[in-house]
Design a protein. Structure first.
Lengths: 252, 129
């Protein structure tokens, strides 16, 4: 295995600190970060699964949002052997590269819109299962009958979209791409949820209409969820719904 | 500690973000121009002599250069605004990148045409000034 020397330029609160680490040429940024952590155990960052499924190691690598565990060093290192690491934006920084995810998660919970993957839903109890339609329950034929859903169930709640979104950066009350995309997903497949309640939550100045279509959320999403598309589709749905309601009122 | 706000970011790779930034920058530019324009119109109150002097100043090469920047700002902001209306209503978001480049190209072509007209008029080749 070829070893390379990487200079990590890490933002620690208000200042930058340099670490020089030796890692394999095919290593990932998270490996480099762990090597840096071995040099200074006070360096704080979050990680868990090492394979892009937990979404906890989101960072800004050279100014761009990535998951450190699936980003290869050789893809982001510059000609001087430097990689710049910063915490995610639009989150409160706890320390170093660690940010507070609680408000982000609580916001998702507040309208009962947990972003669950189908594999997680399968493990739920039978009583809970009537709220959801699983591939194993409805079968292959049933799945084929479903419209072409976007893969929002692949959202790993990494927060990269919230960090990349320029509107989340300028409007603190903005609900954010992850939240709005989750709401859009519910409207596509309500599963006995009250659609009016969901639409009420997103149909305001800091909700669906605040998105300025910069498409940054979709660009950085590691799960290819495409939140921007979901938000714009939801807008179109709300407009159609309002027009339909108005037309019905006129007819009466 | 909260990380900084970032509607303007040089670490961009997506067409959508370039469009967002250009739209906002041209928007701010147009607001600044609006105040300058109102200030200029205020010269009318000073009488015809002051107005003629002002017009003479406005036809200097430097102001014409600024006019071409303004022309690009108006064209791009307007055309990109139409793109945002379409995309924002959930229409044609699949082609939003293509629409952005189209807006930019049309704006640049029309700006070049406008600059040519201004140059021709400045040198008296066509009527004007």
């Amino acid at each position: 295995m070829n070893l390379i020397t990487v200079k990590l330029h890490i933002r620690r609160n208000t200042q930058w600190e340099n670490f020089s680490v030796e890692i394999g040429s095919n290593a990932y940024v998270l490996d480099a970060l762990e090597a840096a952590s071995a040099q200074d155990s006070t360096l704080l960052y979050r990680h868990s699964c090492h394979h892009g499924s937990c979404g906890s190691c989101g960072l800004r690598i050279n100014g761009r949002e990535h998951l450190a565990c699936i980003t290869k060093v050789k893809d982001v290192i510059n000609s001087n052997g430097i990689i710049r690491l910063e915490p995610l934006r639009n989150f409160t920084i706890i320390r170093d590269l660690l940010v507070d995810f609680r408000p982000f998660m609580l916001r998702l919970d507040e309208i009962n819109l947990p972003l669950r993957r189908s594999a997680e839903q399968l493990s739920e109890s039978i009583e809970e299962s009537d709220k959801c339609i699983f591939p194993s329950i409805i079968g292959k034929e049933g799945m084929e009958l479903l419209p072409g859903f976007n893969r929002l169930e692949n959202c790993i709640e990494c927060g990269l979209c919230n960090s990349a979104c320029p509107i989340t950066g300028s409007d603190k009350q903005y609900k954010g791409p992850a939240y709005l995309a989750a709401a859009a997903r519910v409207t596509s497949e309500p599963r006995q949820r009250d659609l009016n309640q969901v639409l009420m939550h997103v149909n305001d100045d800091h909700g669906i209409w605040r998105c300025h279509a910069a498409f940054e959320c979709s660009e950085v999403c590691p799960g290819r969820v495409d939140p921007a598309r979901e938000i714009l589709v939801l807008r179109a749905k709300i407009i159609r719904r309002k027009t339909k309601n108005k037309n019905q009122k006129r007819k009466k | 500690m909260k990380t900084h706000s970032h509607w303007f970011d040089l670490h961009i790779y997506s067409v959508g973000m370039i469009g967002f930034m250009l739209h906002r920058l041209t928007g701010i530019g147009l607001v600044v121009y609006l105040y300058l324009h109102l200030y200029a119109l205020d010269e009318l109150r000073q009488g015809s002599q002051a107005w003629d002097k002002f017009l003479q100043m406005m036809s200097s090469p430097l102001v014409l250069l600024l006019d071409s920047v303004l022309l690009f700002g108006v064209l791009f902001h307007g055309l990109n605004g139409l793109r945002l209306v379409l995309v924002g209503l959930g229409l044609g978001f699949r082609w939003q990148g293509w629409l952005f480049w189209s807006c930019l190209c049309v704006s640049i072509i029309l700006t070049i045409f406008g600059i040519l007209v201004m140059i021709l008029k400045y040198h008296g080749i066509v009527a004007g000034f």
